[in-house]
Design a protein around this ligand. Sequence first.
Ligand SMILES: *[C@@H]1O[C@H](CO)[C@@H](O)[C@H](O)[C@H]1NC(C)=O
Ligand SMILES: *[C@@H]1O[C@H](CO)[C@@H](O)[C@H](O)[C@H]1NC(C)=O
Length: 221
Amino acid sequence: MYGGITFCPFIVGSFDILFQFALVTLQPILDPTVPADDKPIWTSRVEPFQLPPLVRLVLADVAGGSSTPAMVRKVNDWRSKNPDDAKKLWSDIDASNKNLVKALRSLSILYKENTNAYERAVQNLSLLPPSRWETADALEVTRPAVQAFDRAHRASEATRTLMRGMGESAGVDIEPAPQTELLNRSIAQAGVIGGGVPGAQEHSRGALTACRAGLERIQAT
Ligand SMILES: *[C@@H]1O[C@H](CO)[C@@H](O)[C@H](O)[C@H]1NC(C)=O
Ligand SMILES: *[C@@H]1O[C@H](CO)[C@@H](O)[C@H](O)[C@H]1NC(C)=O
């Protein structure tokens, strides 16, 4: 272990000034009570998002992930030297990420529309590795959920392949070989939707999304 973190309790009252914001006039652009429509320079949108029901996200800590800051530097170097390739890759990754979000959103909707059919789809898929979801036997009523889970799996794998491609082009281990092997083996398990190396911290960890029943089995083995 290298270094440590000391947590100190806040001094009582140290935030009082922040809670007095009602007493000072905020610039409208910062004021949370001003509707977003009245802030035309904000082009970002906030859309609610959640994992679909009966889906869990698990994080795995690994020894020897890749160092994110150094990696980002090298990727940016490559990007500035290969703007056309980079532009295409970025837009492919964006499209693939959006496909994943779309598939997950449609799963949440399908759950609301027919909870029983959704639960039965999850029950069946949690017994099958995702490579077999596309051709899985499914009742007519469960098919939309089965197909949406399959789309989520494909999009997740497509993003992973593109990110690995980025790593190869830029000469960095975005998904280090031991993690590729670990992820491949994890994603070959029944009930696992997909996985990746999120890399949001100094050292990247692995993450998996899986149907709950699939996960319970993975944890038991
Ligand atoms: C679950 O899978 C079995 C065997 O593949 C299939 O016969 C059945 O129709 C599936 N159930 C649902 C609810 O789709
Ligand atoms: C991992 O899976 C991907 C996609 O199926 C494949 O292209 C790659 O060769 C696999 N790598 C290893 C080390 O198993």
